[in-house]
Design a protein around this ligand. Structure first.
Ligand SMILES: Nc1nc2c(ncn2[C@@H]2O[C@H](COP(=O)(O)OP(=O)(O)OP(=O)(O)O)[C@@H](O)[C@H]2O)c(=O)[nH]1
Length: 397
């Protein structure tokens, strides 16, 4: 019996040892956590190379010729890549405006304080209403919204017959929220389609913060578990593609760019979306060059970028970036851009540096398009989804 038992034990032990070795070998060959496996799933992350791209590729252009565009490699080559080095941790997006409200309060509370001081005077006569009007106009609220607000408040104060500070503040709060319009749909169309990514184009004049906004938005989307790809269609400014790729690399997002200065932006944008389709990403964000609204050639070029991208399918969002500190000039820019590319949302940057928060209302009114995001600083996570109530709260505190 013992003679039989010994070989059996030996065989069982040998099988166990060989099994363990095979398991270890298979584990060692798996994709490091965080890198793409094929096909992609929402949690995969790309390992950025220099400039955020992982290799160079030559893609077909829509017109059949070729262009040198740096496209992140397709996913197969990433299997053996080392784990990503420390990527940035992104601040949670939920409640960002509440966290950044100190910035708004600092720059805009003179408006709220001024209005409250006027409205809590013992006697509110015509002169006081004139001052209220002036304060609102100075905050760039615009003429029509200012008149509406003054009329509504005048009526309510008369009916209430009250000068109680808390009550007046409550009325002002309600009327301002109405003007900012909480009912507008401020969600970003960044849901992937069945067969292609959502495409977001970012447009605007020079220096308003387009590239910075694309970089910050990439972080917002990554924090929301989305696979993102950036397209550097700002081929005007030499440093723009590098700046964009650096933003992307910080959160493991690849960038499609051209290595030729002054390359055709439509071609780069087309190639970016093509790469996004091939790599099954969720969202492609396209940065475009700053262009003055009165330069017809440049505005035509922007229209072309959008039309060429749309050979892949409709663009989901066209975000117009406006610098809040430029006030009414932003309105003129907005109107011209809206004629060339259908604007679906406004990003209002540099609201941390101006007391003219009223521009939110003016811009929404003149375009009929909601402010979807606001920039409240130069920090990587200083971009917040816009919320009407929270915004008015910050103005009045
Ligand atoms: N204070 C503040 N600065 C900002 C904000 N957004 C962007 N900036 C700064 O604005 C400057 C211009 O930003 P860019 O992103 O390079 O602007 P751009 O529109 O891409 O510029 P061009 O490509 O030249 O048209 C940078 O110094 C940014 O840090 C913001 O919300 N607040």
């Amino acid at each position: 019996m013992n003679e039989l038992l010994l070989p059996v034990i030996f065989i069982v032990l040998a099988i166990a040892v060989i099994g363990s070795l095979i398991t270890l070998l298979v584990r060692g060959r798996r994709t490091p956590p965080g890198l793409y496996s094929s096909p992609r799933d929402p949690d995969d992350r790309v390992e950025p190379g220099p400039h955020g791209a992982t290799s160079t590729d030559v893609l077909d252009r829509p017109d059949g010729t070729t262009t040198d565009v740096l496209v992140p490699d397709d996913l197969s080559g990433l299997e053996e890549a080392p784990p990503a080095p420390g990527l940035d941790l992104v601040d949670p997006v939920q409640g960002r405006l509440a966290r950044l409200r100190a910035r708004l309060v600092r720059s805009n509370n003179a408006l709220g304080k001024g209005l409250l001081a006027l409205l809590s005077r013992d006697r509110i006569d015509e002169d006081v209403w004139d001052e209220v009007e002036e304060t609102l106009l100075l905050a760039d609220l615009g003429t029509d919204p200012t008149m509406e607000l003054v009329d509504a408040l005048r009526e309510r104060v008369k009916v209430a017959g009250s000068r109680d500070a808390a009550e007046v503040k409550g009325m002002l709060h309600e009327e301002l929220v109405k003007l900012v319009d909480p009912a507008m749909d401020r969600s970003l169309a960044t849901e992937r389609h069945v067969d292609r990514p959502a495409v977001v184009m970012v447009v605007g004049v020079n220096g308003v913060g387009k590239t910075t906004t694309v970089g910050k938005l990439a972080r917002v989307l990554v924090a929301d578990d989305k696979d993102v790809l950036l397209g550097a269609a700002d081929t005007f400014r030499a440093a723009a593609a590098e700046q964009l790729a650096t933003w992307g690399a910080r959160v493991g997002v690849p960038t499609v760019r051209s290595d030729v200065d002054g390359a055709d932006p439509a071609s780069v944008a087309f190639d970016a979306v093509k790469a996004g389709i091939e790599q099954e990403v969720d969202v492609v964000l396209i940065d475009t060059a700053g262009r003055l609204q009165n330069k017809v050639g440049l505005m035509d070029e922007l229209g072309k970028v959008k039309r060429v991208v749309e050979k892949h399918g409709a663009v989901d969002e066209v975000l117009l970036v406006l610098d809040a500190t430029t006030g009414q000039n932003g309105l003129n820019q907005a109107k011209v851009f809206a004629e060339v590319v259908d604007i679906t949302g406004i990003v209002l940057t540099k609201l941390d540096g101006t007391a003219k928060g009223g521009i939110v209302v003016a811009i929404q009114r003149s375009l009929g398009v909601p402010v979807k995001l606001i920039g409240l600083g130069e920090g990587a996570d200083d971009l917040a989804p816009f919320e009407a109530e929270e915004f008015v709260d910050a103005l009045l505190n």
